[in-house]
Ligand binder design. Structure first.
Ligand SMILES: *Cc1c(COP(=O)(O)O)cnc(C)c1O
Length: 387
């Protein structure tokens, strides 16, 4: 049996008529960049997320970069973030000649550990960037309390978590000062290329970022400030507008897939419960846990990834590949061990939770259209290997 990590074709086939129509509509309009499609998308997102302002941008990375420019991040300023995330979270800070400062992760969710933030604050700290990893919210209440205490901005990296809710029901991205999302095709709401979105409830930040999206010119060709080309294509907005109304259904399917995985792992005697942090004879597979699970919330976790931990991770991946099953590691190297951040002076051993995650975690196929047979097959093959 073949089980790809992600197959986008069933989703396209299900919506083909509407998507093709949207593509054609954009072609016929010959309006390619920003314009009415992007405006409509921004409005629909505000309704969907409960945000005041949404700004369509060129990618999730550019969303983060624009957010940092929006808060006027200066060279030498420090930004605290988890050491365990996709590279863009840290890369954008360095690109502005500011300094990424790393914190360790929570052992259950792999999201930034709020207890590890405060001791990293200096008089140069300007912002905290929590990442809602794998589609689950970081613990925002303590993060917002620390930010308030030290007068720091909070920029949420919600690239893997569009529509995810925190335990109080708020969507991630609208809790801090600015929220950033990605429409990269493999994300849970993907377009047909690169795209992203920034949200904020702050009128001043919105005004500024809207101008910075188009090189900082307002009126056109008059520059009080410097921005960039962070514009979203009309075609990407048109595709996302077709998909957005289906997002909750897809997230529900992802949750059901996750529940089936968990049930089968427990039935196969590979695990006893979710969210454990030590591999043992009874728990050879460590299962992810939705820590804010609450059926009334619905989107307490949207499972952009379903990540387990095992001892011989790389050997397991080889075994699965031979059985036709794709998997991925998010992420094999934490930021503090990346060569490009060597000058920051971190050492191996400083972030034990993230280092352990990098060594033992593996993401299994979880996309909405996956069949129960495929999920059973994956668990069966993992059981074969582990036992
Ligand atoms: C994907 C991702 C990004 C970057 O988004 P792009 O649209 O690929 O630029 C940033 N942060 C995280 C956590 C991501 O997963």
């Amino acid at each position: 049996m073949n089980v790809p990590l992600l197959d986008l074709k069933p989703q396209y086939n299900a919506l083909k008529t509407e998507i093709d129509e949207a593509l054609l509509r954009t072609a016929e309009s010959q309006y390619f960049i920003l314009g009415p499609e992007v405006k409509a998308l921004e409005k629909e997102f505000n309704e969907f997320l409960g945000s005041k302002h949404a700004i369509g941008v060129s990618s999730g990375t550019d969303a983060l970069l624009l957010a940092l420019m929006g808060i006027n991040l200066q060279p030498g300023d420090e930004v605290i973030m988890p050491t365990y995330s996709f590279f863009a979270t840290a890369g954008v800070v360095s690109r502005l000649n500011a300094v990424p400062v790393f914190a360790d992760s929570d052992p259950v969710t792999f999201n930034i550990d709020p207890n590890d933030i405060e001791k990293r604050i200096t008089n140069k700290t300007k912002a905290i960037v929590p990442v809602h990893l794998y589609g689950q919210s970081a613990d925002m209440v303590p993060i917002m309390e620390i930010a308030k205490k030290y007068n720091l901005k909070v920029i949420e990296d919600g690239a893997q978590a569009i529509s995810t809710q925190y335990k109080d029901g708020r969507c991630v991205g609208v809790i801090g000062d600015i929220g950033c999302y990605s429409f990269f095709p493999s994300k849970n709401l993907g377009c047909f290329g690169d795209g992203g979105l920034v949200v904020t409830n702050d009128d001043n930040l919105e005004t500024l970022m809207r101008i910075q999206r188009v090189h900082g010119g307002k009126p056109k060709y008059h520059h009080k400030i410097i921005g960039g080309n962070f514009r979203l294509d009309a075609i990407q907005a048109a595709v996302i507008r077709v998909k957005l109304p289906h997002l909750n259904t897809w997230s529900e399917q992802r949750r059901q897939n996750a529940e089936l995985y968990t049930k089968l792992f427990i039935e196969s005697d590979l695990a006893t419960e979710e969210g454990l942090t030590e591999i043992s004879a009874e728990n050879k597979v460590l299962l992810p846990k939705a820590v804010y699970k609450n059926v009334e919330l619905k989107n307490y976790h949207i499972y952009n990834q379903y990540v387990i931990r095992v001892e011989k991770r790389d050997e397991l991946r080889d075994y699965l590949t031979k059985a036709g099953i794709s998997s991925e590691i998010y992420y094999p190297i934490p930021f503090h061990m990346q060569e490009c951040f060597g000058n920051l002076g971190y050492k191996f051993g400083e972030f034990p939770v993230a280092e352990n995650a990098a060594k033992s975690s593996v993401a299994l196929p979880i996309y909405p259209e996956l069949s129960n047979e495929q999920i059973s097959y994956v668990v069966e093959k993992i059981a074969e290997f582990v036992k």
